[in-house]
Design a protein around this ligand. Structure first.
Ligand SMILES: *[C@@H]1O[C@H](CO)[C@@H](O)[C@H](O)[C@H]1NC(C)=O
Length: 172
């Protein structure tokens, strides 16, 4: 009996060491592991953070609001997003993009594109020769596809979550 115990001890120790390492890993992971969700509407979005063991938190933006306008103002050297972009809509109608999700992946002859042109005549839409989709022509130098604009909004949603949570999420 005694011989068996002695023989098992090193193996058991190894097991406990492994469990301890795994636990430490898990604990370290749960400290940093968080998932953000974006409720993306055509006018505004809401961002939330989900962490293990913590109820879902709604992210407040810089204006301490839950809703952030899905609006982007694109200038030659500057980009404005959310509330600051919405505030520029009147002075910069051509450069301030809203409701662009209606154009995602749509070819130029899609009825949604005609509807968008009639609702927002301030925007110049040009046809991408390769994809036959539309792009915003903001100035002679500046062109963006609706997909690029959406990418900016999603990137911004992450920065809202990061600022709110006070840490940096891994970049992909
Ligand atoms: C994404 O947002 C960060 C700020 O949070 C900014 O530094 C970065 O340039 C943005 N990336 C793109 C591709 O726009």
């Amino acid at each position: 009996m005694a011989a068996t115990v002695r023989r098992q001890r090193p193996r058991r120790l190894l097991c406990w060491a492994l469990v301890a390492v795994l636990l430490a890993d898990l604990l370290a992971l749960s400290d940093t592991l968080a998932v953000m969700s974006v409720d993306l509407g055509s006018e505004s979005m809401k961002v939330a953070i989900v962490k293990p063991g913590v109820p879902m938190e709604i992210v407040l933006n810089k204006e301490s609001r839950r809703k952030t306008p899905v609006t982007v103002t694109l200038k030659e050297n500057e980009r404005f997003l959310g509330d600051s972009a919405a505030g520029m809509a009147i002075k910069n109608p051509k450069a301030t993009l809203r409701y662009f999700q209606h154009l995602l992946g749509k070819q130029a002859d899609n009825p949604h594109v005609a509807l968008y042109r009639s609702r927002f005549p301030e925007h110049e839409l040009i046809v991408d020769p390769q994809r036959q989709t539309v792009r915003f022509q903001i100035s002679p130098q500046l062109q963006f596809s609706p997909e690029e604009v959406l990418g900016m909004v999603l990137n911004y949603s992450r920065s809202l979550a990061e600022d709110f949570a006070g840490y940096l999420a891994p970049r992909i």
